[in-house]
Design a protein around this ligand. Structure first.
Ligand code: FAD
Length: 398
């Protein structure tokens, strides 16, 4: 896009000077002139001119490319220090369904250094093929290195769908790869599907603060890229009889490609809670009335062999740290049993736990929305109910 002032038409009225949000127009000999250093080509001046003296040339819409060369579903297999992230297995389970619907191959894309052991695991969890980039500069994640290698691979092999876990690394990597490939990215999807008629990916995610679900498509660009939050998709059962191909690929990566060098990885001493893989979660909300209530939550969680979760209200009140938060802006969980204590069941909380196998809600308000998703509802004071539950669980264990 470019902006030009037609001198012969300009009457020197200065209206365009006022309209320009970037102060990019000045007067010279009674005529408006564009300061090209400040002009952002936004076109805001065009409608201010009553004499048709401003010409904004807009680029033609990009032509729809031939997308038929793009085939196959790819899942980014995230590993850290040789350990495969659980979320990659979940994504393989989902990728398998998408690939089967499209009748194409499911590939896991593995980057690292000497992490060969992971390849078979990826096949056992659903991949037909592992595209394995093994290089010493890929030992630790770097934005530059991983972006380059994945973008090169996609340019060369042309996958139609790429799914990446919305982990800290995935959230860094996916947008950069998408930008480099000039394609779209739908972040934090909670559901993926295929429009079988058009053979395109339907990417669903919460929008407007979780009040509605938006389904986003990428019809004119490839690959179609999504990130998916950990805990949302279900992994397949491990099948050690599955076989697949491991394709070792050449890596074109040099020291000068990496602007950041990882000297050392120092793990935080803070104890983090693994909500995503937990089978039993006991969550507390504002109904606990204060931080002390989480001791009771911990007691029940310990009795069950589980972990403690929380609503955002409890985190915002400073009663527990954010890594315990379940929900739209916390973790998405899928335990066997989720016990919600003193949590009302706001839509943003439900977004993170409603796929749990069994939900037990304890709330003194019989109309609390949490009961609409609960398999078992207990109307009562949590400080009376939870100690009874702890006692019963302990008895069962004896
Ligand atoms: P409340 O809604 O205040 O509910 C407290 C409940 O405790 C009540 O139902 C009450 O009846 C019950 N209660 C009180 N005393 C007792 C007792 N003694 N025994 C039993 N029951 C009792 N929230 C999340 O949880 N996770 C998120 O990720 C999240 N993300 C958000 C993102 C956005 C963009 C927005 C706008 C909001 C988000 N929220 C999130 C906040 C959410 O809307 C709610 O405000 C929050 O979930 C409420 O927490 P709560 O249920 O603990 O508190």
């Amino acid at each position: 896009m470019s902006v030009t002032i037609l001198k012969e038409k300009c009457r020197g009225c200065k209206l365009c000077l006022k309209a320009c949000p970037f102060d990019a127009i000045y007067m010279d000999n009674g005529k408006a002139v564009i300061n090209s250093e400040k002009c952002t080509n936004c076109g805001a001046c065009e409608s201010s001119c009553k004499f048709g003296a401003i010409l904004v040339e807009r680029e033609q819409k990009e032509e729809v490319k031939d997308l038929s060369a793009y085939k196959g579903v790819w899942v980014y297999a995230e590993q850290r220090q040789g350990k495969l992230m659980f979320t990659s297995l979940e994504l393989l389970g989902e990728g398998r369904k998408l690939a089967d619907k499209l009748g194409v191959e499911l590939s896991a894309v593995l980057l690292g250094h000497e992490v060969d052991d992971i390849c078979q695991e990826l096949i056992h969890y659903g991949a037909d093929k592992v595209i394995y980039a093994n290089h010493k500069l890929l030992q630790n994640y770097t934005t530059d290195g991983y972006t380059k290698v994945i973008a090169d691979l996609i340019n060369e092999k042309k996958s139609e769908i790429v799914i990446i876990g919305a982990t800290n690394i995935g959230r860094d990597l996916a947008p950069r790869v998408a930008a480099r490939l000039n394609t779209g990215l739908t972040a934090d999807c909670t559901k993926l599907d295929i429009d079988e008629e058009q053979r395109i990916l339907l990417q669903t995610r919460p929008a407007f603060g979780g009040n509605l679900m938006a389904t986003i498509v990428t019809p004119n660009h490839r690959p179609q890229m999504s990130t998916v939050r950990p805990g949302v998709m279900k992994k397949m059962e491990k099948d050690e009889s599955r076989t697949g191909v491991v394709e070792k690929v050449d890596v074109n990566l040099h020291d000068e490609d990496l602007r950041v060098k990882v000297e050392e990885i120092v793990k935080s001493a803070k104890q983090t809670v693994n909500l995503v893989e937990a089978q039993y979660i006991v969550s507390g909300g504002r109904g606990l009335g204060g931080p002390e209530g989480f001791k009771l939550m911990q007691e029940l969680a310990d009795a069950l062999g589980g972990v403690v979760g929380s609503s955002r209200a409890a985190v915002d009140a400073g009663w527990i740290s954010h890594d315990h938060q379940v929900g739209q802006t916390g973790k998405t969980v899928r335990p066997r049993v989720y016990i919600a204590c003193g949590i009302s069941g706001a839509i943003q909380h439900l977004a993170g736990m409603q796929n749990s196998d069994c939900i037990i809600a304890i709330n003194k308000n019989p109309d609390a929305p949490i009961f609409s998703v609960a398999d078992y509802g207990i109307v009562g004071d949590l400080y009376k109910v939870v100690p009874m539950l702890i006692e019963e669980v302990k008895k069962l264990k004896e």
